[in-house]
Design a protein around this ligand. Sequence first.
Ligand SMILES: [Zn+2]
Length: 378
Amino acid sequence: MIVSKNVRCNNCGREYRLRYSVGNNFPQSASFYCKKCGDSLTFGTSDGLAPISQGLTILEGYFEAEVINLHPEIPIDPDRETDKFYFPNLEFMNKDMAKDNFVGFRRAQISNVLYYQKWKAIADDFRLLVEERWDILVDKYKLTQSEVEKKIVDEVFDTCVIFLEGRWEQIYNEVLQALNAAKKSPDYLRLLNFWEPYKQEFFSHKLYELMRQYHDVSDYLLPTLLSQKLGHKPEGLTSSIKWEKIEKVYGDFYEVFGDLLIIPACINNLLARNNYELFQTPNFTISNFIETDKAGRCKNFLTNLQLAPLGDFYNASLRNGTHHKTARINKGKQKIVLKTGKGGKSEEVWSFVSYTEYCNEIYVRCLILSLIFRKAFS
Ligand SMILES: [Zn+2]
């Protein structure tokens, strides 16, 4: 369904005719930068009917004005951003059905909606658990402390699993196979002892903060999710731009993932050398690994084909360029120009859609490793 509304930018008065494609989650919204003054303008709906807006005024009636197509869940074709006969949903589905993947499309949609709903249902209790508010939780659930803890953590991990759809589910299953093979190593129990002190951090505080942050910016990361779950490289324009809201997201997820990388590193060491501490480089151990810069932490397991996909989308240049605010941003063209190399001599150009793709990919890898870590103890 496309909702058409005439709107006016509150800052400069420029008028637009929005063609907003209604997505699956509510509330939902899309944002764009005013073509005249650059202000961020948001339009959406709380329940499919009632409009919500920020930075703009919704006008009564219909009149011709510059068309802006917005879709909260699908990238917009740049050549058709202002085309009044453009139907992003139909074109996306046609492209996908041509690949005989209508079931995949529905599954990806359901995964997005269910994940969103399940997270909202468990988020408050997960926060209480992280804050160790046992009195409130025990009273609410009428269970013992350890029973409550198990129930909430189980629910959180069920939520993570729902996010893994398509290619991501495959990656998870492959890493799980590597873990199961590592469990057969005589050194596995020693590894569990080494991992034990990380449990509290990986299962509660770190995972909560990661999932909370993802939810806070999920509107801005949603436009590429369907494409990614279907295994297409997302291309085009995002309809949810608020760069200032997401500029640090990749770097923040990168840091969490960098910490979680001790998991595949140890699994690979067990499989390759029957000793979780030893890397291929002589005299380089897990203690050295923990002290190293995070940038090189995927290299050690890339020869293991089941673990290797974890290293895709781990990009130190993107992390440094966006996290340190040294990137130049072109809001109109949706481009990010990163300074890379020694002294920032070279430049790399990224689209907002690619940046969004990378945020989602690194997020899902954090979920996969959290799930694997849990499986390691079961
Ligand atoms: Zn304006």
